[in-house]
Design a protein around this ligand. Structure first.
Ligand SMILES: Nc1ncnc2c1ncn2[C@@H]1O[C@H](COP(=O)(O)OP(=O)(O)O)[C@@H](O)[C@H]1O
Ligand SMILES: O=P(O)(O)O[C@H]1O[C@H](CO)[C@@H](O[C@H]2O[C@H](CO)[C@@H](O)[C@H](O)[C@H]2O)[C@H](O)[C@H]1O
Length: 450
């Protein structure tokens, strides 16, 4: 097993989903489980659950592997993990058709796959017809790995969670509940896989994979909005409909899951997350320092204002999380919450206004991104485009939800500032050349409250 762990440890730091950027992991094996590759005699499928003990707190990863005799490997070299023993090559599971097929069948059937210290159980959510499918990994910068299964009738996408957390993943929980309640604003849910393992402190369960309807040939709202803004096309109508769709999803979530008034503990907890983020930002993004006092003042003002009831929300809402579908309109993805936020916070009821703030920031990002790509562009046109889109989004949200929002509302402003502070941290860690976008937004938001 030592050679297997060494092989995984050498490969993981090169993966986008690996959290310990620039630092090698120190891996401990928690368990593994096996899937049978019925139609491929050369493939053995094993999914390792490993804990990176060099991380604080410890991070648990799921690493699915297809083991093949080296002489029979015809997969591209970029998908090889390595050879922990002579004659055997480990392939990155999601890129291998044997794993892709076996996982889909587990998730959408009522079966349990086992290993010495863990199990993986399928939970079908709706019937998925058998048909010929071809699998491919979705390219792009993701924190999880998604496999698209193309098919003539019902293409699906299977998200393989890389970092594991205890409990049902909020994306599975919320998107499945919304789909089963008949919402057209989420893809249909077909099933998921739940893992059960023993990790020293006792038994734990966590989500391993999630299968949803795949909407082929659609664009996400980020691309649609970016194109419109680059051409100078007014975006008020689509932004208004996005506001309406957001309100419909919030109303349904408030029906499907418990809601509550804010206790003083709730208010303190939310304010504590604002301050915690600001502290992290001050350490990682020095340019925040000159804005810190102004930000604190906005947080104090929001703390004294009236707050709406708490409910389940999207949690990391931006234009990249929404697809444009010709018949269904806007379709929302990825109810997992912010990747930089601890999972125990992401599954708590929150303020729906956080999602509104997230989307308002995203319209500003469109303007910021165009300015970044083309510094010669007129300084006025795109900010005016963003201002109109923001106003239309808020109006659409208000028309459908009855929650009429003023963009200078103290809680909304605090949530926008908090999101911009989050973005400054996110960008400085992942895309340092983008950090000016949230920094400029922080200055603008502070000016508007003067
Ligand atoms: N059901 C779907 N139909 C079509 N495209 C999808 C679907 N789900 C995800 N995608 C595409 O995959 C991208 C990443 O999906 P997402 O759920 O946000 O993953 P992650 O949690 O890894 O960021 C989306 O921006 C979208 O382009
Ligand atoms: O990976 P996720 O989609 O869960 O979200 C993270 O990455 C996003 C960037 O891809 C980041 O979003 C920020 O950049 C977007 C443009 O690329 C912009 O539309 C968003 O408004 C902005 O917040 C997101 O914050 C982060 O959690």
């Amino acid at each position: 097993m030592d050679s297997t762990l060494a092989c995984l440890a050498a490969w993981m730091p090169r993966q986008r989903w690996y959290a310990g950027k620039g630092r090698p992991p120190s891996l401990r094996l928690v368990g593994w489980w096996d899937l049978s590759a019925h139609d491929d005699a050369n493939a053995r499928i094993r999914t390792f659950l490993v804990a990176d003990e060099a991380a604080l707190p410890v991070v648990r990863y799921q690493v699915p592997v297809v083991m093949r005799p080296t002489e029979a490997v015809d997969a591209p070299e970029a998908t090889w993990i390595g050879s922990p023993e002579p004659g055997v090559t480990f392939i990155d599971g999601p890129t291998d058709p044997a794993y892709a097929r076996a996982l889909l069948s587990l998730a959408t059937g009522d079966r349990t796959a086992t290993g010495p210290q863990m199990t993986a159980t399928g939970h079908p959510a709706a019937h998925l017809e058998e048909e010929v499918r071809t699998a491919e990994v979705l390219s792009g910068e993701q924190s999880n790995t998604s496999i698209i299964h193309r098919a003539a009738h019902t293409p699906v996408i299977c998200k393989v969670f890389r970092q594991l957390s205890p409990g049902l993943n909020p994306d599975i929980e919320l998107a499945t509940a919304l789909a089963q309640a008949g919402s057209r604003h989420v893809p249909a849910s077909y099933g998921w896989v739940e893992g059960r393992w023993n990790d020293g402190g006792g038994e734990a369960t966590g989500s391993l994979a999630f299968v949803q309807e795949f909407l082929p040939d659609v664009e996400d709202a980020w691309r649609v909005a970016l194109r419109a803004a680059a051409r100078g096309d007014d975006f008020s109508e689509p932004a208004g409909r996005l506001g309406e769709a957001t309100a419909e999803v919030h109303l349904l979530l408030a029906d499907l899951f418990p809601t509550r008034e804010n206790s003083s503990a709730d208010r303190e907890a939310t304010a504590a997350t604002w301050h915690r983020r600001l502290t992290i930002a001050l350490a990682e993004v020095p340019a925040i320092a000159e804005r810190a006092a102004g930000i604190e003042a906005v947080y104090r003002r929001a703390a004294d204002a009236a707050w709406p009831r708490r409910q389940r929300i999207h949690g990391d809402y931006h234009l990249g999380q929404v697809l444009h579908h010709a018949e269904r309109g806007w379709v929302l993805l990825d109810f997992e919450g912010e990747p930089l936020r601890p999972m125990r916070e992401r599954i708590e009821p929150d303020l729906a206004i956080r999602d509104v703030a997230g989307m308002l920031r995203s319209f500003d990002y469109v303007a910021g991104s165009l300015r970044r790509d083309d510094p010669e562009r007129s300084p006025d046109g795109v900010p005016a485009w963003a201002a109109r889109a923001r106003a239309a989004f808020v109006a659409g949200y208000g028309a459908r939800s009855g929650v009429v929002l003023d963009q200078r509302d103290p809680v909304l402003t605090a949530m926008e500032l908090d999101k911009a502070v989050y973005e400054a941290i996110y960008e400085s860690r992942n895309r340092p050349t983008w950090v000016a976008i949230p920094l400029r937004a922080i200055s603008r938001l502070l000016e508007s409250t003067d």
